[in-house]
Write a protein that binds this ligand. Structure first.
Ligand code: PGA
Length: 239
């Protein structure tokens, strides 16, 4: 299986930038299997149309309810309707800037799984929490997955908060340790193997080394996914 290469545009780009991005990927990208880009929700329909058959598209958040009085929110079903097939849930920026709790995240994971979206559940410790990262990660994983009975369509992204957007990357031995630990936790709870992605300042200079680790099933790429050429280079570094 090709390892996952998932981009996260965060709150960047505009509708007019979709077409040049997709064109570059079409020209350069020979290796698009398991490649996706998570974009602002207002861009989902357009990029899904343009990316059809080339790469998959995802949202960066969803609400847990099917519908209702939740001004400004978007449901998992609405995301699916746009043609998107995955959703990031519990990204550290959502946890920290919007106070999302594991309990709240767990409800979203359940709803996204129910409608058939692939869930990329993000977990990771802050710099202060680094000495006790195991207990922090265990709590995030167990509590965020507490509303579901199986891990169909669930992928976990390990993103140490101190590595996101900082240019600091975890060492390969720290990544391997954290990923093995996450896989152990999920296996003990669900009896199944889960894919774990690494995220945090990944670029094409370091991606090959990270992707070569057997504990790493892919990467979640923020800043470097904004540049289509760089993003393709990361995908090609899968070997
Ligand atoms: P970064 O972001 O690659 O810019 O560090 C990763 C992420 O937030 O998913």
């Amino acid at each position: 299986m090709n390892k996952y290469i998932i981009g996260n545009w965060k709150m960047n780009k505009s509708l007019s930038e979709i077409s040049p991005f997709v064109k570059t990927l079409k020209k350069l990208g020979k290796n698009q299997k398991n490649m996706s880009v998570c974009v602002p929700s207002v861009m989902l329909t357009e990029i899904s149309k343009q990316a059809k058959g080339l790469f998959e598209v995802g949202a960066q958040n969803c609400h847990y309810a099917k519908k209702g009085a939740f001004t400004g929110e978007v449901s998992a079903e609405m995301i699916k309707e746009t043609g998107a097939s995955l959703v990031l849930i519990g990204h550290s920026e959502r946890r920290h800037y919007f106070d999302e709790s594991n309990e709240f995240i767990a409800k979203k994971v359940k709803e996204a799984q129910t409608v058939g979206l692939k869930v990329i559940l993000c977990v990771g410790e802050t710099l202060e929490e680094k000495p006790k990262f195991k207990s922090v990660i265990k709590k995030q994983v167990i509590e965020s997955l507490s509303a579901i009975n199986n891990i169909n369509n669930i992928v976990i992204a390990y993103e140490p908060v101190w590595a996101i957007g900082t240019g600091k990357v975890a060492t390969t031995s720290d990544i391997a340790k954290a990923h093995s630990y996450i896989k152990e936790i999920v296996k003990a709870k669900f009896g199944e193997d889960v894919s774990v992605l690494y995220g945090g300042s990944v670029n094409s200079k370091i991606s090959a080394e990270i992707l070569a680790l057997s504990e790493v099933d892919g990467v979640l790429v923020g800043g470097a996914s904004l540049d289509a050429t760089e993003f393709v280079k990361i995908a090609e570094s899968r070997g």
